[in-house]
Design a protein around this ligand. Sequence first.
Ligand SMILES: Cc1cn([C@H]2C[C@H](O)[C@@H](COP(=O)(O)OP(=O)(O)O[C@H]3O[C@@H](C)C(=O)[C@@H](O)[C@H]3O)O2)c(=O)[nH]c1=O
Length: 182
Amino acid sequence: MKVQSTSLDGVYLLEPTVYEDDRGFFMESYNDKVLAEYGITCQFVQDNHSLSRKTGTLRGMHYQLEPYAQTKLVRVIRGSIFDVVIDLRPNSKTYGRWEGFELSAGNKRQLLVPRGFAHGFCTLEPNTEVLYKVDQYYSHPHDRGIRWDDPEIGIIWPVVSPILSEKDRQHPFLRDAEINFR
Ligand SMILES: Cc1cn([C@H]2C[C@H](O)[C@@H](COP(=O)(O)OP(=O)(O)O[C@H]3O[C@@H](C)C(=O)[C@@H](O)[C@H]3O)O2)c(=O)[nH]c1=O
C-alpha cells in the first residue's frame, strides 16, 4: 500500500498493492498497521455503501458536527468519481481550501478524509458504487452540509448541472455554516 500526503494536512491518498493473476486480482483493501505508520489510529465502526445511477450525480458537501465528527476512508468498487474535501478546521492554515481526486474501480485508490473536513463526490460514470468506512456513527441531528457551488470555495467540478438530492440543494454557504471543530 502506497500512502501519499496531499496539499491538505491529514488527507491521504492510498494506493493498494494489487496482485493480479489468471483468476483476477487480490489486494488488501484495509490494513490498520499501515495507516498507523502515518499516525492514523482511528477505529472504524460503520461501513457505508452507495449507488448513484447516473453520471453527474453529486453528493455533498457533508460533515457531522462534534462529538459525531467522522474520519472517512472512501473507495469506489464500480465506476468512478471526482472526490472532494474541504478543510473546515478553523485553526488550519488551509481552512476553506478544497482538493479533488479521481477514485475509480480501475485505479482502486482510496481517500482518507479526517475529522474536520466536508466531503462529497460527483460520479463520472453511470452505476457508480462507493464504499466507505467511518469512525463515528451516523447522527441525523449532527448531519450538516455546505453548498457544492459555494463561490468562495470555488470547487472546479467536472459537471455543470449535477443531479442533487433535495437536502443537498438547501445547504448554506461556508460563511453561514455551523462548524464546531477545534
Ligand atoms: C450517511 C447516512 C445516511 N443514512 C440515511 C439517512 C437518509 O435517510 C438516507 C440517505 O442519506 P443521505 O442523503 O445523507 O446520503 P448521501 O448523500 O449519500 O450522504 C453521504 O454522502 C457522502 C458524500 C458522505 O461523505 C457521507 O458521509 C454521507 O454524508 O440514508 C443512514 O441511515 N446512515 C448514514 O450513515
